[in-house]
Write a protein that binds this ligand. Structure first.
Ligand code: UDP
Length: 239
């Protein structure tokens, strides 16, 4: 798969379906895959922090989560045609796991959030096999890894925020050889639990979630300045 690169950060130009189909082939070969969401904020951080850059570039799939990455691809004549958001990717992976009978494990968020998220997820996918879950405030990492290993999980969703979740995945990938799909999902358990609301459909449809979030929480302005900075640097071709 040929990736697109923006300011030295790789992005997979695949849709949800393209990623699931590649994952299916990799799973059949017993290969592990990691999925990381890329947005302008992470690209700017990666340009300051080489560890973050390698965490992103070493992942199997870098999904174009932010509208900024989609715009950058359009500006540069790339092949990315739509966003692939972390939360929707997780939803599609859960559908796929339910259909194929792959057990899934949920790690992260507060106890009441992760349990509510699982019950909401199971309402829509009654045949989903839940191998287990652990809240994101567990201290004993080796006991947790052992528990996930013994659970028989084939997919693991890690919701600790970025880059904590990606660092956790990197540290523990080799100790979880039977887990074939790892996704760092940030605040997605909060969204599935219904405790955090997504932007209304109108904002989502037009790629304006950033505007909705800014209006509901103006202190995000500093983080959101990364979007124009990112686009400007891509446009002037700064590496
Ligand atoms: N979290 C956790 N353990 C920690 C820190 C954070 O489980 O030590 C959880 C937190 O409860 C929340 C999620 O990680 O559910 C972070 O979501 P956020 O929206 O901040 O992540 P982002 O998508 O911005 O990286």
């Amino acid at each position: 798969m040929v990736k697109e690169t923006y300011l030295g950060v790789d992005v997979s130009p695949l849709t949800y379906e393209g990623i699931i189909s590649e994952l299916q082939q990799k799973m059949a070969r017993n290969e592990q895959s990691t999925i990381i969401a890329v947005n302008p904020e992470k690209v700017i951080t990666a340009n300051r922090d080489s560890q973050v850059k390698s965490l992103i570039n070493e992942s199997t799939f870098q999904i174009p989560d932010g509208v900024g990455v989609l715009l950058a691809s359009k500006l540069k004549g790339g092949r990315i045609t739509s966003r692939v958001t972390g939360v929707d990717m997780m939803g599609k992976l859960l559908d796929f796991a339910a259909l194929e009978g792959h057990p899934v494990y949920f790690y992260g968020a507060k106890e009441e959030v992760v349990t509510k998220a699982i019950s909401e997820i199971q309402k829509d996918r009654p045949q989903l096999k839940v191998a287990g879950y652990t809240n994101g405030y567990e201290k004993d990492e080796s006991a947790l890894v052992q528990r996930i290993h013994e659970s028989g999980a084939k997919m693991l969703f890690v919701a600790l925020g970025s880059p904590k979740q990606e660092l956790w995945i990197k540290r523990n990938l080799a100790n979880l050889p039977n887990v074939l799909v790892f996704q760092g999902v940030g605040g997605s358990f909060d969204v599935f639990s219904g405790m955090v609301k997504r932007a209304p459909a109108f904002f989502r449809k037009f790629g304006l979630e950033w505007l909705y979030r800014l209006a509901s929480n103006p202190s995000r302005i500093k983080r959101q300045m990364n979007l124009p900075i990112f686009l400007w640097r891509v446009l002037i071709g700064k590496k």
